[in-house]
Design a protein around this ligand. Structure first.
Ligand code: CA
Length: 710
């Protein structure tokens, strides 16, 4: 069994080996340990010194041939430099999810609010900062934080998709804006962009998010030099006439009672991988909107192209094939997780494959030219289906997952067995390293179908463990409910787990594999870990004191190998600071940390200090009806960011607001006077009496709590 990615074949064919490239050969600090089998590509190739694309190569393997940092030397890993001058002044801190890009000694990365940073990759010295000036009120439209997963680079242009839906081209040298185009088809809907744009030949492609807030998904391709729209592919039919032929096929799988007013979903918010030989763009499509099919489309079928992998001809925008991972999705099972391309020997034949571990818990290996399912096995406990039929490629959906007849506990839950945190594929071990999350959720239908403006509107309730042992919602032979994460080494040919790390808590970040025999991964406990790629042994760890979600990269300049990683916790709605998480113990803010051998110690942020309680704003107790109304409105509009009492999550603590904030409550919540910082106004949804009811609920629960404490 061996694999060679296509671009490597191309580089090998052109003879562009490391020896002929301008950069110094890697210093040998400790000979690499002998491997159980010979590696197919022992030499370092010219392109390996940079990290020029989101997943390093266009195959998005997140693998590097660099090996100066290896099993012997890794314990000497320390700080090279750190950048923390993020443009969040006057704004709330947000999560860091970006993968940096490195080319010609410059590193480009993004932070919250879609700001792009260019720095010297050796010193960390700032070259330029590009702030697209996103209106902080737009944070309300983002299901999962005002984050960004990275920029793209082609020739002399850097591209970023902004939270408020623009695609921007920036001059890589000066940081000046070259062009800016509006990618949104309807700015009155809650569309956002958080994903990294991708390069597909002369096109730059971008999708969007918003399926939890009632939008219809699509992906757009623009000419990279002019910003002119080349094509747009809608992932689900709309209320109007079909925009392209593929939608007529999709429409057959939707019924005549479809609630098109609720959006349909199918947003392309993260995964896009371009096969530059086949000219195909592989796109991961998201979940349905709203979540339950019974609400979205009571009489329909599979609801194409929800939760599907699409192969789109990059030049024409026409669909070549599709594979639906979760027909009739009702569990938020996006297929937006990262797609990796490789050539794998399967049953004695070298196959051009595509690999994905979508949220639904199955690891898929598809023939990426034809879309044929080669294999699918579960990489985490799964109860929503009893396997994938190899003939039809369809899952055998379990009755125990259908919650239209009552609540059901289903594995995996809505965060998925694997989410946006990228997995990596090692060309050295032929293993895939998956950041796995193991957690079921109890699903139930949410009554009523009013579409609230710019508000998460899934029409399903979900609850995390624990559950009572005799909970009738549990399936027969249920696995033990857990909330844990780990790094899993997965053999994509045998579809079997090779090793699994210890429990990494809630939850672990993206992965990087290298020819040094290592897998790098951070976690929300603030620890950056390095594993042996073959045995899973933990070889080294560094405590950053800052929760890590993003994936690391590596690059080499002047004979020194670096590993770079964005740190800072945030992300999905209700991102709580649970026990054991760094953000609960220490100040949580945005950092970009770069490591090298013989580096310095990494600093940890100051410990959180308890905020002394402000005096009660008023002793007056509102009537119980007003308090009850306030509670229900808090749950509907506020609870997505502002955590319940005693459950800190980095957003302002409603249960201990200074009197001046209470004085301005109507102006803040209604008019949006703090919108720049990320607190949108809600005057479109809430009247003055309703805002007063929320305030009354806050004061009332504060008062009750303090009475209890006395
Ligand atoms: Ca979703």
């Amino acid at each position: 069994m061996r694999s060679i990615t296509l671009n490597l074949l191309a580089i090998l064919a052109s003879g562009a080996l490391a020896a002929s490239c301008g950069d110094a050969a890697p210093a040998k600090t400790g000979a690499p340990q002998a491997d159980p089998r010979p590696s197919p590509n022992a030499s370092i190739l010219a392109g390996d010194f940079d990290w020029p694309l989101h997943g390093n190569t266009s195959n998005e393997t997140r693998f590097s041939h660099l090996n100066q940092i290896n099993r012997q030397s890794v314990t000497k890993l320390g700080l090279a430099w750190e950048y923390e001058d993020f443009l969040v002044r006057g704004r709330t801190h947000r999560g860091m999810e970006a993968t940096p890009i490195v080319r010609d000694r410059t590193m480009f990365f993004t932070g919250p609010w879609s700001v792009v940073y260019a720095v010297d990759a050796v010193t960390g010295d700032e070259k330029w900062v590009y702030d697209p000036g996103v209106d902080g009120a737009w944070a309300r439209r983002a299901c999962c934080d005002a984050i960004n997963r990275g920029a793209a680079l082609k020739d002399s242009s850097v591209f970023v998709g902004t939270l408020d839906g623009y695609l921007v081209s920036i001059d890589a040298e000066s940081g000046k804006e070259l062009w800016k185009t509006d990618t949104l088809i309807d700015r009155s809907k809650s569309y956002t962009i958080t994903g990294a744009p991708r390069i597909a030949g002369d096109l730059i492609v971008i999708g969007n998010g918003g399926a939890e807030l009632g939008v219809r998904g699509y992906i757009s391709a623009y000419h990279y030099a002019s910003g002119e729209l080349a094509w747009r592919f809608f992932t689900v039919p709309g209320a109007g006439p079909d925009e392209h032929a593929e939608l007529a096929e999709a429409r057959k799988t939707w019924g005549d009672q479809t609630r098109f007013d609720l959006g349909g979903g199918g947003t392309v918010w993260d995964s896009m991988t371009y096969d530059d030989t086949a000219g195909l763009l592989y796109v991961g499509v998201g979940n349905g909107s709203p979540w339950p099919k019974w609400t979205r489309d009571p009489g329909g079928g599979d609801n194409l192209y929800l939760s599907s992998i699409l192969a789109i001809d990059a030049k024409s925008g026409a669909l070549k094939w599709h594979y639906q991972t979760t027909p009739g999705d009702s569990w938020d099972y996006t297929a937006t997780q990262n797609i990796i391309l490789a050539d794998l020997e399967i049953d004695g034949v070298l196959r051009k494959v595509l690999m994905q571990a979508p949220k639904n818990g199955y690891f898929y290996v598809l023939d990426r030219i034809t879309g044929e399912l080669l294999s699918a096995e579960n990489y985490t406990p799964v109860t929503w289906a009893g396997g994938i039929d190899p003939e039809t490629g369809r899952p055998r959906i379990s009755d125990s997952a259908l919650y239209d007849q009552g609540a059901r506990v289903v594995w995996p839950g809505t965060p998925g067995g694997h989410n946006w945190q990228p997995m990596a594929f090692s060309e050295k071990t032929d293993l895939v390293y998956i950041p796995v999350l193991e957690m079921p959720q109890k699903f139930s239908l949410q009554e009523g179908a009013a579409a609230l403006p710019h508000t998460v509107n899934t029409k399903a309730n979900v609850k995390a463990p624990p559950f009572a042992d005799d909970d009738p919602a549990l399936p027969e032979q249920a696995p033990a409910p857990s909330m844990r994460s780990y790094l899993t080494a997965w053999d994509p040919v045998t579809q079997k787990q090779v090793w699994q790390s210890d429990d990494l808590g809630w939850w672990s970040g993206g992965a990087l594999a290298t020819m040094g025999g290592l897998v790098f991964q951070g976690a929300s406990d603030g620890v950056f870990r390095v594993f042996d790629d073959t045995t899973g042994d933990l070889l080294h760890s560094i405590d950053f004191g800052t929760g890590i979600m993003a994936a690391p990269i590596t690059y080499q300049i002047d004979g020194v190998q670096y590993v770079a990683i964005a740190a800072g916790y945030g992300g999905a709605q209700n991102a709580r600071f649970l026990p054991g998480m760094a953000a609960r113990e220490r100040e949580n803010y945005e950092r970009l940390i770069v490591l090298k051998l013989d580096g310095a110690n990494v600093r940890t942020p100051p410990r959180r200090e308890a905020v002394a309680p402000f005096p009660l704003y008023t002793e007056a107790i509102a009537d119980p009806q007003t308090v009850a109304l306030g509670l229900s409105l808090y749950r509907q509009y506020c609870g997505r960011c502002h955590a319940p009492m005693g459950a800190p999550n980095g957003y302002p603590d409603l249960w201990n607001l200074p009197p001046s904030t209470h004085d301005a409550f109507q102006q803040i919540v209604g008019e949006g006077v703090l919108a720049y910082g990320g607190m949108a106004g809600f005057s479109d949804a809430l009247n003055e009496n309703e805002i007063s009811a929320i305030q009354a609920f806050i004061i009332d629960s504060q008062q009750k709590q303090r009475t209890l404490e006395k």
